[in-house]
Design a protein around this ligand. Structure first.
Ligand SMILES: [Zn+2]
Length: 303
């Protein structure tokens, strides 16, 4: 029997880390591309017409397209995500606490780095910046170059495609779902939804919307009633405006931006370079002891 690494070294069987052998992943990160994408979403109710895994499926669909175009490896998606506390008690939603999610992201990145990956791009399709940015900052001071992003960061004011700004299980999310996994949708059950906000929605930046003066991030402040009491049918927006074409346009635009970002990282920091130039297992406690590697000067600038 020929050993797998003999004929697959430096090639990958799959864009997915967990579908390759450890040896293939190591050789690929060393010689071909050391960028790893971590798609994350949530298990969350998405109205009567979309599956509870919608956010995770959306992140996976985008990640696969970006990985195929850039050569980045995709780390297995953990399915569950973190949630603002007003999501607790909503049937169909299984929320992780922020602490659980921060620890999960940290451990995944640390583990993948052992195989030789040096750059980590988190692609989230769920509103979980509250835990993502904490994990990314902690990983940063440990020497792991990690970018966290949410796919709708790339849809600012995208009224070219959408009738309404994106919210939840709505025109935007349902369009993406129709494009990526129509077999899991029941569009005959799709209906407009809404809630009963404590303050006028003009104060809140919708996911993906460009901010105007006086607008606050939607999870800032005590805007929300418990979601189980607030929402009519688990939907915020109007999924009856969704279409396959809109989904294809949104995903395409989003993938193009991610590809541009990854190509920039690849050209600035070739395979084998850790952009931060250090690994600091002591984290916060060890910042005085940081020593830059041979690729960086003593101020952390790439030579
Ligand atoms: Zn969603």
């Amino acid at each position: 029997m020929v050993m797998q690494t003999k004929f697959k070294l430096n090639q990958r069987d799959s864009v997915w880390f967990h579908e390759n052998s450890g040896q293939v992943n190591q050789a690929y990160a060393k010689n071909v591309c050391d960028i790893a994408i971590l798609p994350i979403g949530a298990i969350e109710q998405h109205g009567p017409h979309c599956p509870c895994g919608s956010d995770t499926f959306n992140a996976i669909g985008i990640a696969e397209r970006v990985a195929e175009k850039t050569g980045a490896m995709i780390l297995p998606s953990p399915m569950y995500g973190s949630h603002p506390h007003h999501h607790w008690g909503m049937p169909g939603t299984i929320p992780l606490k922020y602490e659980t999610h921060i620890a999960l992201l940290e451990d995944i990145v640390r583990g993948a780095a052992v195989a030789g990956f040096n750059k980590f791009i988190i692609i989230s399709a769920h509103g979980q910046v509250s835990s993502m940015i904490v994990a990314v900052h902690k990983l940063g001071i440990e020497g792991y170059f990690t970018i966290s992003s949410t796919w709708y960061d790339f849809l600012r004011d995208n009224k070219e495609v959408l009738k309404d700004f994106m919210w939840h299980a709505d025109e935007a999310e349902t369009s993406v779902a129709l494009h990526l996994y129509p077999e899991h949708l029941n569009m005959d059950l799709a209906e407009k939804g809404g809630g009963h906000g404590l303050v006028d929605s003009k104060w809140k930046i919708a996911p993906g919307q460009a901010a105007m003066p006086g607008m606050m991030y939607h999870f800032e402040g005590t805007f929300a009633l418990p979601e189980k009491d607030d929402l009519d049918n688990g939907v915020i927006g109007d999924p009856t405006h969704a279409s396959v074409e809109k989904g294809e346009a949104l995903v395409g635009k989003c993938v193009d931006y991610y590809v541009e970002l990854l190509e920039e990282i690849k050209s600035k920091y070739p395979c084998g370079i850790n952009p931060l130039g250090f690994r600091n297992p002591l984290g916060y406690e060890g910042t005085a002891a940081i020593e830059y590697d041979k690729d960086h000067d003593d101020k952390g600038q790439l030579k």
